[in-house]
Design a protein around this ligand. Structure first.
Ligand code: NOJ
Length: 754
């Protein structure tokens, strides 16, 4: 009897167990056909508290597999944590091969097999490097930045990455700050439109050709670090926050950014990472942000250093209670969160909400269904530096270089020039070409200015003179060489500036003038009487006051990326008519900083152009002019444009103002060109004082020689209003001034009264 019943029972058991398991697998996070939300909740329900903390833990990876890593205790420990489900994301793990190998460990060797998110700073290109973001913004062409971001995403995603820490949308008015290069200058509108464009470009449709964007550094106005000194205190009013610093972040959120990063600095006395006002009240509640937040590198831990938490547990608690989520490299969350929840100090619901959002994006990217869809080595090899990417980088480079001066039509040089001297160390130094944020871009791939010119003029003889040393000094020998070679040159391109190595994070500078050796080289060239142009290779506006005095032409090339030399050559020898306009003012002296166009009037304003000694009891320095050397919006073309008068038509009602402002713009020169027509507004009398000008719209128009176009701007109530200190929109009747012009200084004016 026993013999017969036992197999029967076993059979029954077998029948029951698999049917249970089958029911469960049908209804699990692994089931593709279920909605993401259902899968997230299912997975969440299976996770321990430690595993939840793991999803909030991001570590910097580096190389994690292979013989070298196997002998490195730190790297080995990361794999132990990975297998234990204690890591949700890795940054700085790169390449299809490496990301695949590491993903395999997470998926196959951790209990729940939750895939990792691989992140990296893909700021202006992955391997094909585009101009720095500040330069791209000088195109006033968001579609161009969108395309550059989408190419960067294509390359990076082919190398196994899912997520970039970009765009940076910290508005700044201080070129001493090293990160000025990462942003879009001094204007809220320019920053906003470029924020949205880059988010779209990076993210696309969230397929494996794109990356999640991370808008940074929310929202403490990091770009307002006092005196442009890196990581310094920020102390801006809420009024300034709402009107000046917040709009670009908001635009990025509205464009659907999947993630945001906390800033390093304090805002209103509270570190950005533990700042409930910023993270919960503004970002989540007011703006309805549905993505997730990541800290900046160790910014949770730095809550202690700032002096707002006593120890790591308190720092973790404050960050999470404020609404911050993933912890980049502080490791305070993984160490402390489970206990904080058990002690009732952090509600489980907050942890669940944060983890759910991270899981959501992992599902959304399809990582649970195919964890290896981003890491295909063949695709990677075919994608990086594809010819179309390099062409786009060249086009972006020439579109972003700003022609600051061109006396007597020095430029363009003739393409039939036989002898060209290219002078200056930076003219041919791949080593100084790229910035700190150049991802996997390599110096050896950069087309230098010298090479770009040689490419364009294959028949010309191109000579080179170093001019100055890497330390910024020169020698009699170097100057003699410049002098000699200038003697036989038809035209001279002199490159000065600041090495790319000083562009980026932790690279604030107190002196923005060209190095003494660079100036001596320019004076030597000037003395030869030969036509020359100064090309400025720098990631920020330099103080060009002395250069302006002696150079007949100045091209501000910024840091133009892999194809910078080709882009510059196209401009210098006339294949491309420059159209860029600077999105940040160029100071006359470092002591003039911050100098920006959208300032308040003050009670004693200095007036543009009124620089004489009689202009006394006004807001200015006594030893330098009050106006910047080159104002916001300024940039020259090889043709010229003439503006008519502004015609204004009211198309609104008594309760809702609306206007159409139109102006004719004529190309009065002899070649086709593009003009960036800028519309500014002023609310001269309001409950809160408003800036003397605010950019509200712009249009880039292409005009043939002699052609005119009427450019129209619609001015709606949104443009006429501003925020009070509580972030409420204020629209007040009264007078408004409209300005239109080709830069923020030289404008036509009209007035309306609503
Ligand atoms: C610190 C920087 O502030 C941030 O912008 C960057 O994304 C992280 N490091 C990661 O590299």
């Amino acid at each position: 009897m026993k013999r017969t019943i036992l197999p029967l029972l076993c059979l029954l058991a077998i029948f029951f167990i698999p049917s249970n398991a089958a029911a469960q697998t049908d209804y699990t996070y692994k089931n593709k056909s279920l909605p993401i939300e259902t899968r997230v909740q299912d997975l969440l329900g299976r996770m321990t508290l430690e595993e939840k903390a793991g999803q909030l833990n991001q570590l910097s990876g580096g190389v994690l597999t292979g013989p070298q890593a196997a002998n490195d205790p730190g790297q080995k420990d990361k794999l132990v944590q990975l297998r234990a489900g204690k890591v949700g994301s890795l940054l700085n793990v790169l390449g299809a091969q490496q990301t695949c190998a590491v993903q395999k460990i997470a998926v196959e060797e951790s209990r729940l097999g939750i895939p990792l998110l691989f992140a990296y700073d893909v700021i202006h290109g992955y391997k094909t490097i585009f101009p720095i973001p500040l330069a791209e913004a000088c195109t006033w062409e968001p579609a161009m930045a969108e395309k550059a971001a989408s190419i960067a995403a294509k390359e990076a995603s082919s190398a196994g990455l899912h997520w970039t820490f970009a765009p940076m949308m910290d508005l700044t008015r201080d070129p001493r700050w090293g990160r000025v290069m990462e942003g879009s200058g001094e204007d809220p509108l320019i920053n906003s439109v470029f924020a949205a464009a880059r988010v779209r470009g990076f993210q696309g449709n969230f397929d494996n050709q794109h990356l999640l964007a991370c808008v940074k550094h929310f929202g403490g106005a990091y770009g307002a670090s006092e005196a442009g000194k890196e990581y310094n205190t920020v102390d801006v009013s809420r009024y300034a926050f709402w009107n000046t610093y917040a709009p670009p972040y908001k635009a990025a959120v509205d464009a659907g950014a999947a993630t945001l990063m906390n800033g390093f600095n304090i805002f209103d006395g509270i570190p950005s990472s533990s700042n409930k006002f910023l993270v919960t009240d503004v970002l989540k509640n007011r703006w309805g942000f549905k993505g997730f937040l990541v800290s900046d590198w160790a910014s949770f831990r730095e809550i202690i250093t700032h002096g707002q938490a006593e120890d790591r547990a308190e720092a973790a608690m404050k960050a999470i209670l404020a609404g911050s989520e993933m912890d980049m490299e502080s490791r305070v969350i993984i160490e402390n969160l489970p206990q904080l929840v058990k002690d009732g100090k952090v509600p489980l619901s907050m942890v669940d909400a944060a983890v759910s959002k991270i899981l959501y994006w992992k599902f959304k990217l399809g990582l649970f269904d195919d964890p290896y869809s981003y890491c295909d080595e063949k695709k990677e090899a075919a994608t990086l530096m594809a010819p179309a990417h390099l062409d786009a980088a060249r086009d972006a480079a020439r579109k972003s270089m700003v022609l600051l001066k061109n006396d007597n039509k020095t430029l363009p040089f003739s393409k039939s020039a036989k002898n060209v001297l290219v002078a200056g160390l930076f003219a041919d130094s791949q080593d100084d070409a790229l910035d700190f944020w150049c991802a996997q871009g390599q110096a050896k791939d950069v087309v230098t200015y010298r090479k770009g010119i040689a490419n364009l003029l294959p028949k010309a003889s191109i000579s080179y003179a170093q001019g100055y040393e890497a330390n910024g000094k020169t020698t009699a020998k170097l100057l003699a060489d410049v002098n000699k070679k200038a003697g036989s040159a038809d035209v001279i391109v002199a490159v000065i500036g600041i090495t790319g190595k000083l562009a980026g994070e932790a690279r604030s500078l107190a002196d923005l003038s060209p190095a003494p050796g660079q100036m001596e080289m320019l004076r030597t060239l000037k003395a030869t009487g030969k036509p020359f142009v100064v090309v400025v290779h720098a990631s920020r506006p330099m103080v060009l006051t002395e250069v302006e005095k002696l150079a007949p032409a100045i091209l501000n090339a910024w840091i133009g990326g892999t194809r910078m030399g080709d882009g510059a050559a196209d401009i210098l020898f006339g294949d491309y008519n420059p159209s860029a306009k600077t999105v940040i003012s160029f100071p006359v002296a470092v002591g003039q900083i911050p100098v920006y166009y959208n300032a308040y009037n003050t009670g004693r304003p200095h007036r543009d152009g009124d620089e004489g000694p009689d202009d006394f009891w006004v807001s200015r320095y006594r030893d330098i002019p009050g106006s910047p050397l080159y104002p916001f919006g300024f940039g020259l073309s090889y043709t010229s444009f003439e503006y008519g008068e502004i015609a204004v038509k009211s198309i609104g009602t008594q309760t809702e103002p609306k206007y159409e402002a139109s102006i004719s713009v004529k190309n009065t020169g002899n070649r086709e060109g593009e003009e960036i027509v800028q519309f500014y507004l002023r609310d001269p009398v309001a409950s809160y004082v408003r800036p003397v000008k605010e950019l509200k719209a712009f249009d880039k128009v292409s005009l043939k020689s002699g052609e005119s176009k009427t450019v129209k701007f619609t001015v709606d109530k949104d443009m006429l209003s501003y925020f009070d200190e509580n972030g409420n929109k204020v629209l007040e009747p009264g007078k408004f001034e409209f300005f239109v012009g080709g830069n923020s200084r030289d404008v036509k004016k009209a007035e309306v009264r609503w």
